[in-house]
Ligand binder design. Structure first.
Ligand code: HEC
Ligand code: HEC
Length: 326
């Protein structure tokens, strides 16, 4: 072709080869770019993640409003004072979170999680209302109950209301469904997480679930049997500890999440509607069976869960006897 004009034929061929290689590179580049977007198809979208009628976006606002990130890392961002929260919903489940967040003074007990499983949102989210099945599905919850249940936590007591807790769970559900390429990585076996739990033990399939579930399933029976032999006040003290009440109530007059119990029984209580009632036995029972029927002035409603289904007549008598002794 152009070789006729005396140009170097070899140079033309080289140019063509270079262009062909360039075109091939471009094709590969475009193909790989398209390929890199494939995994994000089917990725969780915050607008679509709901929990108990609250959305993940609302939950993120609550997360920011309380500056949870000032202490916790989430999806690779934040601080290291508290544990990474990215996968907490997948590890411990909604019922455990619902028990932990509003009563951050103490780590939830099995009974506190059982109470939360009565909530339709938590039940639907976990696919079960049964504590044993729940703990099998969420070994992280089993491990937390087993190792920390009822103990004091370093997490500050935040004044979260029920709606904020629900929204936070929706947000944590969203981050747990995100495809993060395995982030956060599993901590080394010989390391402990900031929450004192064994590293890696909260991941499904690690073998930790079996014993933890078994311990919790059997722990309740002997404790109650022991307490039954004691007097009602001692039995009541055992019950409020087993039921996780003390995560929210002090036994003196100190205000924590709920009012302190000290000196309440038999005395006047000011209610949110401006009326005053005497804290007789009927009032105490109602406060525990239907916490939202009468709200103590200065405290939020919908924070204390209803214990109606969990406490029979005899146990209720013991609890009231114990409260009256304070
Ligand atoms: C001042 C620091 C601080 C702030 C603010 C804070 N946390 Fe925490 N949080 C902690 C610490 C510390 C722990 C570990 C507690 C322990 O080990 O006793 C913790 C534990 C937790 C846990 C349990 C984690 C696990 O793996 O068991 C959850 C869930 C949690 N926090 C959620 C939140 C949310 C949601 C917010 C915001 C509404 C928040 N935290 C704000 C310090 C904080
Ligand atoms: C998640 C936190 C939380 C838990 C757990 C909890 N409570 Fe409460 N409790 C509150 C709050 C907040 C109030 C005040 C608002 C109201 O009246 O419902 C309250 C109010 C009360 C009152 C009325 C107190 C008064 O001064 O008039 C009694 C009695 C009571 N709770 C007993 C219990 C018992 C017993 C348990 C366990 C079986 C328990 N609570 C578990 C948060 C909690």
């Amino acid at each position: 072709m152009s070789c006729l004009n005396g140009t170097d034929c070899r140079e033309t061929a080289k140019r063509r080869a270079a262009l062909a290689v360039l075109a091939l590179m471009l094709a590969i580049f475009l193909l790989l770019s398209a390929w890199s977007f494939l995994p994000s198809r089917g990725q969780a979208v915050p607008d679509e993640i709901q929990y108990g009628g609250a959305g993940a976006v609302e939950g993120k606002r609550v997360f920011q409003a309380y500056n949870c990130m000032g202490c916790h890392t989430i999806v690779g961002n934040g601080a290291y004072l508290g544990p990474d929260l990215t996968r907490i919903h997948a590890d411990a489940g909604a019922a455990w979170l619902a028990a932990f967040l509003p009563s951050a003074g103490g780590w939830p007990t099995p009974a506190a999680v059982r109470v939360q499983l009565q909530n339709p949102a938590a039940r639907e989210d976990a696919g079960t209302a049964d504590l044993t099945a729940y703990l099998q599905r969420y070994p992280g919850a089993a491990e937390r109950l087993d190792r920390r249940g009822g103990q004091h936590t370093l997490m500050p007591n935040l004044p979260l209301n029920a709606r904020e807790v629900t929204a936070l769970i929706a947000f944590l559900k969203y981050t747990a469904t995100l495809h993060t390429e395995g982030w956060p990585p599993k901590p080394r076996e010989d390391r402990r997480m900031p929450n004192g739990l064994a590293a890696g033990a909260s991941s499904p399939g690690s073998g930790a679930a079996g014993p933890a579930v078994a311990v919790i399933a059997t722990a309740a029976a002997p404790a109650t049997a022991d307490a039954q032999a004691q007097d009602p006040v001692a039995r009541g003290r055992q019950l409020v500890s087993d039921l996780g009440c003390v995560a929210c109530h002090a036994t003196d007059q100190k205000r924590t999440v709920g009012p302190g119990w000290g000196g309440v029984a038999g005395h006047a209580v000011e209610l949110a509607d401006g009326t005053t009632v005497t804290a007789d036995e009927a009032y105490l029972v109602r406060s525990i069976r239907q916490p939202d029927a009468q709200i103590v002035a200065g405290y939020p409603s919908h924070v204390m869960p209803s214990y109606d289904a969990l406490i029979d007549e005899a146990d209720m008598k013991a609890i009231v006897a114990y409260l009256s002794s304070l």
